[in-house]
Design a protein around this ligand. Structure first.
Ligand code: AHG
Ligand code: MN
Ligand code: MN
Length: 325
């Protein structure tokens, strides 16, 4: 079915947004590269077993995790579309140990950090998965190298994620503006469906892996108990899907550090920073439990962090309990 003609398309939106914001020349090309890549990933997600993209590659990534075939396929797709955009100077990717430095003079380049396929444990069981992108502007005149990617989240100029679920939704955050677009699979066009997203005032859900409760320290156990007493539990096991529901309905996601994961499980640069940026631009918050996610000065490309993400007041209350309040 054709996209209803009265809906603004993603292409039209990003051009207008870049004009209004200024200083964002070329950002539209980066966003459209993400959109084009996500259309191709969505086709593979839908085809799944029929396209022989399920299962593992037999490789282990820098995280020490088994690489699913769709992890690799989506990583390759987004590296290709972003590299060809003509405005990306470097890419950091969960599935690639070292940064991908784009050759040639990408003068006004952007730096993109990505989790090309989030929720890998759900790929083979047809549960919602996603892709996550943080976008920084290269420093003027900078010759990009590995250190160029180690930028705090508070220097992002945009962030985006895609949920491949019952529909395919791309959410784009720029300063003070979060907007959702739904893919018309027939035409490959994303059209505005969720303008001006703000996280609802009321928190409805909490999302955490309750199976980890036994390995939490006492203050964190108390914080999770505080959430359990107040909210309904929803946990998909795909960060993007859990976050997207909480962003639209009100909710909090918590993956704290535990005895087995002293630094937490999720990655700072391409999970916590981008979604923390989206949350903040929608009126929410993102914390490690001890500091604002976007203030962390990164030391390594694949470093992990505890993550508490969602309604600002509930994040603050949770942080208070974790810190003995
Ligand atoms: P990825 O598939 O990119 O490795 O991310 C998986 C993450 C995140 O999506 C999710 O919130 C979390 O892993 C689930 O972890 P548990 O299975 O330990 O709950
Ligand atoms: Mn992930
Ligand atoms: Mn991933």
């Amino acid at each position: 079915m054709p996209v209803a003609e009265h809906r603004t398309t993603l292409q039209e939106y990003v051009i207008l947004e870049c004009q209004e914001k200024g200083q964002h020349d070329g950002l539209d090309a980066v966003i459209m590269a993400i959109a084009d890549g996500s259309c191709r990933v969505q086709q593979q997600v839908q085809q799944a077993a029929l396209a022989d993209v399920l299962g593992v590659t037999g490789e282990t990534n820098v995280q020490g995790e088994i690489v699913q075939r769709l992890d690799k396929a989506s990583s390759d797709i987004f590296v290709e579309t972003l590299s060809q955009s003509g405005h990306v100077a470097a890419i950091g990717c969960e599935e690639i140990e070292k940064p991908v430095i784009i050759e040639g003079d990408v003068a006004d380049g952007y730096i993109v950090l990505m989790d090309p396929l989030d929720g890998s444990s759900n790929i083979d069981v047809a549960v919602s998965i996603g892709s996550i992108f943080g976008i920084w502007r290269k420093k003027p005149g900078e010759t990009v190298n590995e250190d160029s990617l180690l930028r705090p989240g508070n220097e992002q100029i945009a962030a985006a994620y895609v949920v491949y679920g019952s529909s395919t939704v791309l959410v784009l955050a720029t300063k003070n503006n979060v907007c959702g677009f739904t893919l018309d699979c027939a035409s490959g066009v994303f059209a505005v469906t969720h303008p001006h997203i703000k996280i609802p005032a009321e928190c409805a859900y909490y999302s955490t892996n309750e199976g980890n409760n036994k390995v939490l320290d006492e203050p964190t156990k108390k914080a999770i108990a505080f959430l359990r007493d107040k909210y309904s539990q929803r946990y998909v096991g795909s960060l993007v899907a859990d976050f997207h529901r909480n962003l639209l309905k009100g909710g909090i996601f918590a993956y704290p550090a535990d005895q087995n994961r002293k630094d937490g499980r999720l990655r700072l640069m391409y999970e916590a920073n981008p979604l923390g940026y989206v949350a903040e631009q929608a009126g929410g918050a993102a914390s490690t439990g001890y500091q604002r996610i976007l203030d962390i000065v990164p030391q390594q490309l694949h470093q992990r962090t505890p993550l508490i993400l969602g309604n600002k007041d509930v994040v603050e209350q949770t942080v208070l309990v974790i810190n003995g309040g």
